[in-house]
Write a protein that binds this ligand. Structure first.
Ligand SMILES: *Cc1c(COP(=O)(O)O)cnc(C)c1O
Length: 363
């Protein structure tokens, strides 16, 4: 086995066919004869890329015309600030946050700069091992919005159901599972996801927001931090990350043409994660999955070995076998296999078999 496989938490793996097409485009785009890295963002070619990326996303995720699709910068971390700047500041209301892991804990920290913020559930005392049941959430019907993270990338926890009250705008950070499965867009006022986990390379962040919600934003914000600037300029207010958006567009084409849509992708992702969890569960006194069974993520599988020396050995042996990116996030340590869309069932099969071998050799 000498093929290199990427299980990194982010930036994550990209489809092989997308990488091949990208390397051609870096040399010279067939359509223009110029490198994609030197293409003007004001060119007709790039307007076509933006339009196709948006069109493909609308078809793949069934996004109606009442929502805007924006390509922004600053990563998901800037969204933690932009969201309350636009929709909490001068709203006269408070914002609500579910804190269920490393990433969702960062969001309310930024909201507190802008206004009253309430954490409606906090899993930190239990080490972020499970997600709240709907009845555990202490929700107010008059909140400015409710924010949550649909898939906790670090701890490997994924919501099976959408939380919240219908009368409160729901905002979701889907950075690590957008495009992994179909989306019930009508439930959301706004969704955001940076590209570097499941959608493409780092540098672009997708924001999908309902027009009626966008119109509630406060005024007198810095131009670039006002969602309406990006709506009015159709994501071309200033120079966007042309390369990252181009690759994201190729990924949407791959999902459409090679995978056949997000329903198919979801079935493939389910099979991949079931395979890996089965391999881990087969050795329960050796491998320990971080999250409770009902909350297990299809995208990020966080687990641990009995001690740190064995974990170091695991990472060493894995790299030699061509299995890369398996170290856990620095906040919780341990190990993590990220099974984003572009990670093939074959790669997950090899990793699953290898887990059994490692146990027999070193356990
Ligand atoms: C990785 C991650 C982030 C951080 O995104 P940046 O683009 O690095 O700011 C935020 N939210 C979630 C759910 C993530 O997985």
């Amino acid at each position: 086995m000498n093929k290199t496989m990427n299980f990194s938490g982010g930036p994550g793996a990209l489809p092989a066919s997308v990488l091949r097409e990208t390397s051609i485009a870096i040399d010279a785009l067939p359509e223009t004869g110029l490198s994609v890295l030197g293409m003007s963002h004001r060119s007709d070619w790039f307007r076509g890329v933006l339009d196709e990326a948006e069109r493909n996303l609308r078809v793949l995720l069934d996004i109606p015309g009442t929502y805007h699709v924006l390509f922004m910068q600053g990563g998901s971390s800037l969204q933690f600030s932009m969201l309350p700047m636009n929709f909490l500041r001068s709203s006269g209301k408070h914002a609500e946050y579910i804190v269920s892991g490393y990433w969702s804990a960062k969001a309310p920290v930024e909201a507190r700069h802008e206004g009253a913020t309430r954490v409606v559930w906090d899993g930190s005392a239990q080490g972020y091992r499970r997600l709240p049941a709907p009845a555990e959430l202490n929700l107010a019907p008059d909140a400015a919005y409710l924010h949550y993270v649909s898939n906790e990338t670090v701890e490997g926890l994924e919501f099976a159901n959408i939380p919240g009250l219908h009368e409160v705008p729901l905002v979701c950070d889907m950075s690590s599972n957008l495009l992994a499965a179909p989306l019930d867009i009508d439930r959301y006022a706004m969704i955001y996801a940076h590209a570097q986990k499941n959608l493409g390379p780092a540098g672009v962040t997708l924001v999908i927001l309902r027009d009626e919600f966008a119109q509630r934003a406060t005024h007198a914000l810095p131009t670039l931090l006002d969602y309406r600037t990006h709506i009015q300029s159709r994501s071309l207010y200033n120079t966007p990350p042309v390369f990252a958006i181009y690759v994201l567009m190729l990924v949407t084409r791959w999902l459409r043409d090679e995978i056949g849509g997000v329903e198919n992708m979801a079935a493939i992702n389910r099979a991949k994660s079931e395979r890996l969890y089965r391999a881990l569960d087969a050795e329960p006194d050796f491998y320990c999955v971080h999250g409770e069974r009902a909350c297990r993520s299809t995208m990020n599988v966080a687990f641990r070995l009995p001690d740190t020396a064995t974990q170091a050995q695991f990472l060493d042996d894995a790299r030699r076998a061509g299995l890369h990116g398996l170290e856990g996030h620095r906040s919780i340590g341990g190990l993590r296999a990220s099974l984003y869309n572009a990670v093939t069932p074959e790669a997950v099969g090899l990793l699953s078999e290898w887990l059994g071998e490692f146990r027999r050799l070193r356990g």
